[in-house]
Design a protein around this ligand. Structure first.
Ligand code: ADP
Ligand code: MG
Ligand code: MG
Length: 883
């Protein structure tokens, strides 16, 4: 087996398509090398070695040693240095790289191969003693941190003390002799912590680092990241070993990171940051504030420090050239890392850049205009769920705002919440239902859970490519980074900006699009959905076959959904209308009447209101289908709870309060979700469904008379288990339709159908379809009844079920394709066999979940129905499913 793939010198064993085997980083290093970009030579140990390693109690395949030695020899030949050579040593970096990029999850070791002897060789070959010892101490620090797992505070203390002694502030102020001193003390720390010296043998160093990379695949940070991003554990990581180039050898050296377009807005402008005389992670670590790549970027940030374009025009020119080469090659926005050694440019990484939803949209639409991709490709470029970011509110520009400070607009959107200073506090308060803003000097991968829990993130150091910025953009959370005026005292629980102090628990607002940090809570407004958004959605609509409807019962929701492109209402839950205003009084009166006469009296009070509801919905939906579900929930949900409520109902009905209490008690059920609800109510009290049907038909007549508009009403009976239940209710409905039609001299056009939310209904679908003209899969209840799992009571153990791998996803969020999905398939097949034109849709929460939308498309449903804000997500997911 080939376990090791080399690259460099204009060729490579691997290529971009081999990311499963080589990891993203390795595959793209190979690709860049073979298209002739300047990449330091190196080799990739494959992800299969990682798999092997874990399958064989952390042992390597026997051939690995020899293959690594051969690959290393190739690198030595290309650069003309030898690994471990005391005169002219080859130094390497050891870098992890999984299939999916896991930024910051696994650490890189730089300058590997240095020891007390080779450092002298580096002094001689570079002619720069300070550089050589600076590199050595960096190596020791990183190696100890990543491989030997000695806490980095130990080393920071030594360095801080040294700076104090010398009375200097910056690392760059330390001289060669100072670094030698620091190294001496570092070694003491190691002896103290480990009881043995720092490994001097370069081979031991190399294999130590390789083992650490594989080991890190199973560290807590990586496991958490995988869980959050649905990355299977089985993928494994690759290890890249690459010849070092040095950005820290003087003022004609630099290191930097860039995006080929602005990752926040999507603008087609080269966008990046760099630092002169620096190495590796210095740019993103937030230790020194980086400078801009371009003059344009410098002006946008109102920075007074020169751009790379000005400082190193020639190298910048090459980089700009590579920018367009890469975009044309990958046909996507790239996120690149580079280093300049003595005026020569080297590429160290490229990958498709993470971006905000806003940027993704603009880049996709722009690239179609530029001819880089076609419309279908553009449609596939946007993660449906990410549209969420575009649909949510921004700060009301007219609102008063007291701007506390300004940082970098690192991730757009607006959010307010209570200030917290630690990730744990963020998580805890969010669990208690609080909105929080996480405030840190800079975030690190240990803070991920807190970032997830927070509404937004504020940092006082770091740039647009800092950890906080990158991760926040990935999560779609607003982030203001590098707000330098914000002084954080986490111990005291305060942040201070020029005399104004905000304590933990007090509210601030962040505007991630402008970088503003605002005191208190600022109101927000709805987003505009035109321009690129409308265009892309148009393309999506052009390819999808699955229709998208909405779940709505209020005029406001229905109107929002229409604005978002809903093609009708898939679920109007009439019981929600029963809570409106003081209707509930009449509803209670109905429930607690002890005979039909009393119920009818109460229903007569509700009827005109219910009719008006439907008039409004029909008007908004203007001829699009509207599925109305007749009363569904257990009656006890409407019962009076307080004494005052009891008294009120007693007065209305003219009976004693005691009597009302007794009737209410009689309605108590042990398991209401499986109790007297759904069609069972219609069977017990047909007058309820009768009133609802009448309200629907009268509304339809009214809308037709008033606007000449047709109404496409679909009347849906919930919780049906047998055909007979449906038949009895259909009789009631048809009879009302007849009456209303005759009275108004019209024939009414409508459909009667049922929800499929009980396994029995799915199994008997063939028979039920004889009476039903449509099915709507109520997957919330169908999931509950298939699993025998209560949605409202499962939270306490669902987490454990997911952790133990019993459920891969929360089945109430993502449809259980295997079980619930099979019932849907069965019902689909049997139903359509009886009735070829049976209309099929889904109206559970799943209707807005992209993975579930994919499934619905595959099975061949006609439509999905979801909450208004999810409509664009479902439209895009449906388009992707069709491609
Ligand atoms: P990450 O996956 O966290 O981005 P990388 O493996 O890309 O980690 O390494 C981080 C940084 O280390 C790179 O951006 C680069 O600046 C530096 N680096 C890695 N390998 C080399 C090398 N061979 N020469 C110089 N710098 C390197
Ligand atoms: Mg990197
Ligand atoms: Mg239901």
């Amino acid at each position: 087996t080939k376990w090791v793939y080399g690259f460099g010198n204009g060729t490579a064993d691997g290529k971009a398509e081999m990311r499963d085997l080589l990891g993203g980083k390795g595959a793209n290093l190979a690709e860049m090398s073979s298209i002739g970009l300047p990449v330091p030579p190196g080799f990739t140990v494959t992800t299969e070695v990682c798999t092997y390693y874990y399958a064989n109690s952390r042992a390597y395949p026997p051939e690995l040693k020899a293959q690594v030695a051969a690959a290393l020899a190739d690198v030595e030949k290309i650069v003309g240095r030898k690994f471990g050579d005391p005169d002219n040593p080859l130094l390497v970096s050891v870098r992890s790289g999984a299939r999916a990029s896991m930024p910051g999850m696994m650490d890189t070791v730089l300058n590997l191969g240095l020891n007390d002897t080779t450092v002298l060789g580096l002094v001689r070959s570079s002619g720069d003693e300070r550089f050589a010892y600076d590199s050595y101490r960096r190596f020791i620090q990183m190696y100890c941190n990543v491989v030997l797992e000695i806490d980095h505070h130990n080393f920071e203390e030594v360095l801080e003390q040294k700076k104090l002694d010398l009375d200097v502030h910056l690392d760059t102020d330390l001289k060669a002799s100072d670094w030698k001193d620091v190294i001496k003390q570092y070694k003491k720390v190691i002896e103290r912590e480990l009881g043995k010296p720092f490994p001097q043998d370069p081979q031991e160093q190399l294999w130590g680092a390789v083992g650490a990379v594989f080991g890190s695949w199973m560290n807590q940070r990586a496991i958490t990241y995988r869980k959050l991003h649905d990355i299977p554990e089985s993928w494994g990581t690759a290890v890249n070993v690459q010849a070092m180039v040095f950005g820290n050898m003087g003022d004609d050296c630099a290191t930097g990171v860039a995006f080929t377009r602005n990752p926040s807005t999507g603008e087609n402008l080269f966008y990046g940051e760099y630092l002169v005389n620096a190495q590796g992670e210095d740019v993103v670590a937030g230790i020194r504030t980086p400078q801009q790549l371009t003059v344009q970027g410098k002006e946008a940030q109102k920075s007074d420090r020169p751009a790379m374009e000005e400082v190193m025009p020639e190298v910048y020119g090459q980089l700009a050239e590579i920018r367009s080469t890469l975009e044309r090659h990958y046909r996507d926005m790239q996120d690149i890392e580079f280093t300049v050694q003595s005026g020569k440019l080297y590429m160290l990484q490229t990958r498709n850049g993470k971006r905000t939803a806003k940027a993704a949209l603009k880049i996709a639409v722009d690239m179609v205009r530029e001819g880089l991709i076609d419309r279908k490709e553009a449609v596939t470029r946007i993660a449906p769920a990410s549209l969420d970011q575009l649909l949510h509110p921004t700060l009301d520009p007219k609102a008063q705002r007291k701007v506390l400070a300004k940082g970098l607009p690192a991730s757009p959107g607006a959010a307010f919440g209570k200030v917290v200073f630690t990730a744990d506090a963020a998580e805890k308060m969010a669990r208690d239902g609080e909105k929080v803003i996480l405030v840190r000097r800079e975030t690190s991968p240990e803070d991920i859970h807190g970032m997830h829990a927070a509404q937004g993130i504020l940092t006082s150091t770091g740039g647009m490519t800092s950890h906080a910025a990158v991760v926040a953009r990935g999560m779609g959370k607003p982030c203001v980074a590098g707000a330098g005026d914000v002084r954080i005292d986490a111990k005291a629980g305060t942040l201070t900006v020029r005399g104004t102090t905000v304590k933990a628990g007090e509210a601030i607002t962040l505007d991630g699009s402008t970088g503003e940090v605002i005191l208190g809570i600022v109101p927000t407004i709805q987003p505009e959905l035109s321009g690129d958004f409308a265009e892309l959605m148009d393309w999506a609509d052009g390819v999808r076959t699955l229709k998208v409807r909405t779940n709505a019962e209020t005029p406001a929701d229905a109107a929002t959904a229409r604005k978002f492109g809903a093609e009708g209402i898939g679920l109007c839950r009439t019981e929600h209308m029963f809570f409106e205003g003081d209707r509930i009084v009449a509803v209670r009166q109905m429930i607690l009447s002890d005979d039909e006469k009393g119920r009818r009296a109460a229903l007569a009070r509700i009827a005109p209101m219910q009719r008006q509801d439907f008039v409004e919905l029909f008007e908004i939906m203007a001829g699009l289908p509207v599925t109305i579900r007749l009363l569904d929930p257990p009656l006890h949900e409407f019962l009076p709870k307080t004494d005052a409520e009891m008294a009120q109902v007693a007065r209305e009905l003219g009976v004693a309060e005691k009597e009302i209490e007794a009737r209410a008690a009689k309605l108590h059920e042990f398991n209401p979700m499986l109790g007297h609800r759904g069609v069972r109510l219609g069977i017990s009290y047909p007058e309820i469904y009768e009133m609802q049907a009448r309200a629907i038909f009268e509304a339809a007549v009214e809308v037709r008379k008033k606007h000449g508009k047709t109404v496409d009403a679909e009347i849906m009976i919930p919780l049906v288990a047998t055909k007979r239940e449906l038949d009895l209710m259909k009789e009631v409905i048809d009879q009302v339709a007849n009456e209303v039609g005759k009275l108004n001299g019209v024939t009414l056009d409508y459909k009667v159908g049922t929800m499929i939310e009980l396994p029995r209904a799915a199994l008997r679908a063939g028979e039920i379809a004889e009476s039903a003209e449509f099915f709507s899969f109520g997957t919330n209840d169908l999931t509950q009844t298939t699993f025998g799992l209560s949605r409202d009571d499962s939270a306490s153990f669902l987490e454990r079920y997911q952790r133990r791998g019993i459920f891969e996803h929360d089945p109430f969020a993502t449809l259980d394709v295997e079980g619930v999905g099979e019932l849907i398939r069965i019902a689909h097949e049997r139903g359509r066999r009886t009735r070829k034109d049976l209309k099929l849709g889904i109206c559970g929460e799943h209707g807005g979940d992209p993975a579930s939308v994919f499934f619905c498309h595959q099975v061949g449903l006609d439509y999905v129905s979801c909450s208004p804000f999810r409509v664009p997500i479902a439209r895009l997911a449906a388009a992707q499913a069709a491609l």
